[in-house]
Design a binder for this molecule. Structure first.
Ligand SMILES: O=C(O)CCC(=O)C(=O)O
Length: 221
């Protein structure tokens, strides 16, 4: 048997194996960065979700988001008809959000450092669950008290096309394929760039099933 790794993998799979990508002055896709963490991360995620299960939320405009959401950390993000906000309590249970598991915190901190953001101290982890067809419209992350810290975004499960735009809603967007284990970090001059996710395509991921789970870590308070 002969041949290189490039003979075994092609197209997107080869790209995931080989190439980190700079997508902005202070923004990076770290290909497969979370893969070595997944085995330790999933049981913690299950514990978090047993305490604060996924739920559908409504935007101030009255639209039900197609992604289901939960959170862990000192602060959790939610939306309803009265606005977007971070709160220390899960609005469904009126109990504190589950603590941020150490393995998740470490993953976020080391990924941020890899992208040039040392001393990242996330206090909020938003957990988005996308089933096929679910999407995230273009938006800016602006509910945090300061924009000094980056956003660290971990993709698990089904692939997605991540839209990374500019500072105006109408700016052109880069379309970036994200796979299980990829991490995107954006901050600094790029912190307020518009971003979103195209509708997830039908499929079944061998480890995660028919879903994509995205974890976004932020310093919100
Ligand atoms: O699911 C993603 O990759 C992005 C999630 C996102 O845009 C957000 O939580 O603000």
């Amino acid at each position: 048997m002969s041949g290189s790794i490039a003979d075994l993998f092609s197209g997107d799979a080869l790209q995931q194996l080989t190439s980190n990508k700079q997508i902005g002055e202070q923004s990076y896709v770290l290909r497969g960065y979370a893969l070595p963490w997944v085995e330790r991360l999933l049981p913690e995620l299950r514990r978090v979700l047993a305490q604060s299960p996924f739920r559908k939320m409504v935007t101030p405009g009255g639209f039900t988001m197609s992604a289901a959401l939960s959170s862990c950390g000192q602060l959790g993000w939610s939306t309803d008809r009265t606005g977007y906000r971070y709160t220390p309590l899960d609005p469904d249970s009126q109990q504190p959000w589950p603590a941020l598991p150490d393995v998740l915190r470490q993953l976020a901190v080391t990924a941020a450092a890899e992208a040039g953001f040392g001393h990242f101290e996330p206090d909020a982890c938003l957990i988005n669950r996308y089933v096929p067809g679910a999407k995230m419209s273009l938006h800016q992350d602006k509910n945090e008290r300061s924009y000094a810290s980056p956003v660290v975004s971990v993709s698990l499960g089904l692939p997605a096309v991540f839209l990374f735009g500019g500072h105006q809603r109408n700016d052109n967007t880069q379309k970036i394929s994200l796979f299980h284990g990829d991490v995107v970090v954006w901050g600094g001059v790029d912190r307020l760039r518009f971003h979103g996710v195209l509708p997830i395509k039908e499929g079944v991921h061998p480890q995660m099933g028919a879903q994509r789970i995205n974890l976004t870590f932020r310093k919100a308070g």
